[in-house]
Design a protein around this ligand. Structure first.
Ligand SMILES: *Cc1c(COP(=O)(O)O)cnc(C)c1O
Length: 355
């Protein structure tokens, strides 16, 4: 059994495909509700207090999506004509429809990533503009952790955010998968996952966290920051149409996930390892060693021309992934070792039968 809703499907496209568990649904059903636009929803208020306290911030705001959470953060930090420094591959720059520029008139200053996902300190430094009417005002550094499944080294996070602070920039973390980062970091330090999440978060002025990825909630993100910043973000959220009413039914799922699904992320990381080990040694596949719950596999040489056929063959067997020449397999709550092994066997079989 890999997914009780679709027992024959092994859906490795994303950790967003999870179904709420029966216990999570029960928590949603039982949630006390109110109108959150009047700040009256006890479940939303409880979630906001819980995540703010957990990550060490004064306040938090529940958001329908991570995209809206990042947008509200950038617009709360920046005015029209300001700019934010960001990686070329960062979600806030590349995958959010250009929202900061379109809706916020905030100019992105993208810079190239190093192979480990970091932005070189010298590149950040060089991107910061002097105070001169020719330039947009450099206002914010945005990092993402994990990025492309990679954990940013903690000493790097400290150094980059210290540099930004020293140069008068605010710091925002797109921590959609912050708890995956914390899980990977805890595996290195031997520390507690919640405390590692807090250590990472405390390097920043604001942090956005997704509940709808590996944490397994159906909907929702939270933005954490100072009371003042969250008040500004609250205005933007309203403007963006994100003022929700009896949202406690969703916040309860997020709260449940924070209590029950953080420590199990290590299982997803182990599944990703299992998948990478299973795929190692197949001719034509270059498997990147996973650092969290995501496995990237490049098709190289002659295997590139077989990519579409491979995906079609997998799809026929109910095995779903994304990518074309660079395949992405994501472990989550609704896959297990049996499902991963089935995916590995199907890929091995495909290459064995086409050679
Ligand atoms: C998923 C994701 C988001 C937000 O996504 P939504 O689909 O809008 O909730 C933001 N940043 C990163 C890195 C993500 O993976």
């Amino acid at each position: 059994m890999t997914n009780e809703h679709q027992p024959n499907v092994v859906d490795l496209r994303s950790d967003t495909v999870t179904q709420p568990t029966p216990a999570m649904r029960a928590a949603m059903m039982a949630a006390p509700l109110g109108d959150d636009v009047f700040a009256d929803d006890p479940s939303v208020n409880a979630l906001q207090e819980k995540i703010a306290a957990l990550l060490g911030f004064e306040a938090a705001l529940f958001m329908p999506t991570g995209t809206q959470s990042n947008l509200c953060a950038i617009m709360a930090h920046c005015q029209r004509g300001d700019e934010y420094i960001v990686g070329q591959l960062a979600h806030t720059y590349r995958w959010e429809g250009g929202g900061a520029a379109v809706l916020g008139s905030v100019q992105p200053q993208p810079i190239a990533h190093q192979p480990d996902g970091t932005l070189a300190l010298a590149d950040i430094e060089a991107a910061i503009k002097p105070d001169d009417a020719h330039f947009a005002r450099s206002r914010l550094l945005t990092l993402e952790n994990t990025i492309g499944g990679k954990l940013l080294p903690f000493d790097y996070v400290q150094a980059a955010t210290a540099l930004a602070k020293e140069r008068g920039l605010n710091r925002h973390l797109d921590g959609a998968r912050l708890f995956n980062a914390a899980t990977a970091q805890a595996a290195k330090t031997g520390g507690d996952v919640y405390l590692e999440a807090r250590r990472i978060a405390q390097c920043f002025d604001s942090v956005s966290v997704c509940f709808s990825k590996g944490l397994g909630a159906p909907v929702g993100s939270a933005l954490c920051g100072s009371r003042e910043l969250i008040a500004r973000a609250h205005r933007v959220r309203k403007m963006a149409g994100g003022g929700m009413r009896q949202a406690g039914v969703l916040a309860a799922a997020a709260s449940y996930a924070l209590d029950h699904h953080v420590l199990r992320l290590a299982d997803d990381h182990a599944l990703a390892q299992r998948m990478a080990i299973g795929l190692a040694g197949i001719d034509g596949l270059a498997v990147e060693a996973p650092q969290s719950n995501i496995v990237f596999v490049d098709l190289v040489g002659a295997a590139r021309s077989q990519s579409a056929a491979l995906l079609a063959s997998l799809a026929k067997q109910g095995i779903r992934a994304t990518g074309l020449y660079r395949l992405r397999f994501v472990a989550h709550l609704d896959v297990d070792a049996e499902g991963v092994d089935r995916a590995v066997a199907a890929i091995r079989q495909f290459f064995a039968s086409t050679r």
